[in-house]
Design a protein around this ligand. Structure first.
Ligand SMILES: NC(=O)c1ccc[n+]([C@@H]2O[C@H](COP(=O)([O-])OP(=O)(O)OC[C@H]3O[C@@H](n4cnc5c(N)ncnc54)[C@H](OP(=O)(O)O)[C@@H]3O)[C@@H](O)[C@H]2O)c1
Length: 308
């Protein structure tokens, strides 16, 4: 039996359930492609999946692979598939299916071609965070010159949202941990936490903001919504628009090869910068998730999927 190295778990639980080891290699199936994985990126949803919190959307089949986002090379393609052997691709698998293995089986409908100017790490950074940001922005109205608040601008989704908003000519006020403020982000940085609405109001200099993109939820979102000219022009990917803040959109993303291709084209043209923070060996996967959950990552953390 051919095997591949894989990051996997055999029952729901915390990161202590995550193992690196050999699993049977996937086999080709109709309409699908086998991908030799070069890089993967970590997302908070991966950990929620290991914990069994995604059960309403799908159940993991044990042993289950960890992760979702990847970039790699097609090594085997069904004749009916839209990609060929040797094509460089990137995309995501449903998190309860998982992508952190040397070889994975993927549905071409959730892939896009990797532009040659993007590195494996840049491409692997895009799928979940980039597509979520792009599709969330489609639910709000933003014009060039508008001021938009991005709550959680230092995270994967927030960093992509800020890059896309700036590319569209909007002015961004982003909240993040005070320790991460650099003054060189290309937008106004405001420390999150208690009193954040007052600090953002000060940054707005008395004018209302046009829109809000929330990636964190929590108790402060209600205060941020009061800073908008139109309280319904708000979107949360953390389903944080509740109570007095309800009226905007609590957004859930879905895989989209069209969205992947749009983001890849923008990144390849230099119109947006992929917010890649660093790449580590995949054998450090648990430490990577611990750092992500502890807020020690800015932007996207990628794992080299050939460094087992
Ligand atoms: N609905 C969907 O379809 C969908 C899709 C993708 C992700 N998500 C969810 O969206 C959330 C963000 O995802 P991500 O990949 O961007 O995660 P991430 O990279 O871990 O970023 C989390 C962000 O939240 C910020 N944050 C922490 N405490 C905060 C506070 N009190 N107020 C405001 N911001 C705070 C962090 O800032 P600091 O690090 O600077 O503290 C960071 O910017 C996660 O819960 C994820 O599961 C949902």
């Amino acid at each position: 039996m051919t095997t591949v190295q894989a990051v996997h778990y055999t029952r729901y639980g915390d990161l202590g359930e995550v193992r690196i080891g050999s699993l049977p290699a996937p086999s080709a199936s109709p309409g699908r492609v086998l991908v030799d994985v070069r890089a993967v990126s970590v997302n908070p949803v991966d950990v929620k999946t290991v914990a069994g919190e995604l059960a309403p959307y799908g159940e993991s089949e044990f042993p289950a692979l960890v992760g979702a986002d990847f970039a790699g090379v097609v090594k085997q393609a069904d004749p009916g598939a839209s990609f060929s052997v040797g094509d460089e691709v990137f995309g995501s698998l449903p998190p309860f299916v998982g992508s952190f293995a040397e070889t994975i089986s993927a549905d071409p409908a959730t892939l896009a071609a990797k532009p040659t100017v993007l590195s494996w790490a840049e491409a692997a950074s895009i799928p979940t965070a980039g597509v979520t940001a792009l599709t969330a922005l489609a639910t709000i109205d933003v014009k060039a010159g508008d001021v938009v608040i991005v709550n959680g601008v230092s995270g994967g989704v927030g960093a992509f949202a800020a890059a896309l908003l700036i590319q569209r000519g909007a002015v961004v006020i982003g909240t993040l941990s005070p320790s991460k403020i650099t003054g060189a982000a290309g937008f106004t940085e405001v420390g999150h936490g208690p009193g954040v609405s007052d600090r953002v109001r000060e940054a707005l200099q008395g004018l209302p903001a046009a829109a809000l993109v929330d990636t964190h939820g929590g108790t402060e979102v209600g205060g941020l919504v009061t800073l908008l000219a139109d309280r319904t022009n708000a979107v949360s990917v953390a389903h944080g628009l509740v109570g007095d803040a309800a009226g905007g959109t609590n957004h859930t993303t879905a895989p989209s090869s069209a969205a992947l291709a749009e983001l890849a084209a923008l990144a390849a043209a230099g119109a947006i910068r992929v917010p890649l923070s660093e790449t580590r060996p995949i054998r450090e996967v648990k430490a990577a998730y611990e750092d992500l959950l502890a807020g020690r990552v800015r932007g996207k953390l990628v794992l080299d999927a050939r460094a087992w």
